[in-house]
Design a protein around this ligand. Structure first.
Ligand code: GRF
Length: 222
C-alpha cells in the first residue's frame, strides 16, 4: 500500500490534527503529516505541529475575493507542492479554500464537520443540533467541494443527544468520534479504496460484514 503525504489546514486548537499525527505515529494509517497551514497566527494547532517537527506556516488569507485571498490561494498550492502533499485535510479550518487548491488537488481534499450532514451545516453544527432538539447527531468526513459542507460523504459517526445537553457537552461527545473517523477516512484514501460516483462515495473491496454485524443490521449479507 502507498504511504501518502498529508497537508493539514487548521484555524484553532487542532485536536483533529493531533489525532491524525497520533494515528500516523502509531502506524494506524499509512500517511504522515508533511505540512500544516493556518490562517491564524496564534492557532494552537501550529504549536502542536512544531512539537512534532512538522513544518507549520501562518498564511494570512484576507477577505474572500480580495488580492490577498488570491495570493494566499497561490501560496497554499506552493507550500503543498513544496512538501509533496498528496491529500489535503481540512481540520477545523474556518475559511474557504481557493480555486487553485481545487484545481491542484481534484478529489483529494477532505473536510470534517461536527454534525450529520446534510443536517446542520455551517460553523455551529453542534449548538444548532442541540437547540433543534434532534435525538441523534454526530460527525461527517466528506470530500470538499467549493461550497462549504456539501461534498460526497465518506464516513459518518452518530452519537446520542442526551437530556440536558448543550452545544458544549454535545460537541465533546462528537469530538471523540471525529478523532476516530478522520484517520479512518485518510486510511481508506491511502489504500486507494474510495471512488466517487456523483454524490456517493463507494468503498472498494470492503470486507464482508461479520456474522455479528449482520445480526445487528438485518439486511447485510454475510
Ligand atoms: C471540529 O469540531 C471540526 O469538526 C470542526 O471544527 C472543530 C475543530 O476542532 N470543523 P479541532 O481544531 O480539530 O480541535
Amino acid at each position: 500500500m502507498a504511504h501518502i503525504n498529508l497537508g493539514v489546514f487548521v484555524s484553532g486548537r487542532g485536536s483533529n490534527l493531533q489525532s491524525i499525527i497520533d494515528a500516523s505515529a502509531a502506524g494506524r494509517i499509512a500517511a504522515s503529516v508533511h505540512v500544516v497551514i493556518s490562517d491564524k497566527e496564534d492557532a494552537y494547532a501550529l504549536e502542536r505541529a512544531r512539537n512534532h517537527d512538522i513544518p507549520a506556516y501562518h498564511v494570512p488569507v484576507g477577505k474572500n475575493d480580495t488580492p490577498e485571498f488570491v495570493a494566499a490561494d497561490q501560496r497554499h498550492v506552493e507550500l503543498l507542492r513544496e512538501h509533496n502533499v498528496d491529500l489535503v485535510c481540512l481540520a477545523g479550518y474556518m475559511r474557504l479554500i481557493g480555486p487553485n487548491i481545487f484545481a491542484a488537488y481534484p478529489e483529494a481534499i477532505l473536510n470534517i464537520h461536527p454534525a450529520l450532514l446534510p443536517s446542520f451545516p455551517g460553523t455551529h453544527g453542534q449548538e444548532d443540533a442541540a437547540e433543534y432538539g434532534v435525538k441523534v447527531s454526530g460527525c461527517t468526513v466528506h470530500f470538499a467541494w467549493s461550497e462549504f459542507d456539501t461534498g460526497p460523504i465518506i464516513i459518518q459517526a452518530a452519537v446520542p443527544v442526551l437530556a440536558g445537553d448543550d452545544g458544549d457537552s454535545l460537541a465533546a461527545r462528537i469530538l471523540a468520534q471525529e478523532h476516530k473517523i478522520y484517520p479512518q477516512a485518510i486510511q481508506w484514501c491511502a489504500e486507494g479504496r474510495l471512488r466517487i460516483e456523483g454524490r456517493r462515495v463507494i468503498l472498494e473491496d470492503a470486507r464482508p460484514p461479520t456474522i455479528m454485524e449482520a445480526i445487528i443490521s438485518p439486511g447485510l449479507e454475510v
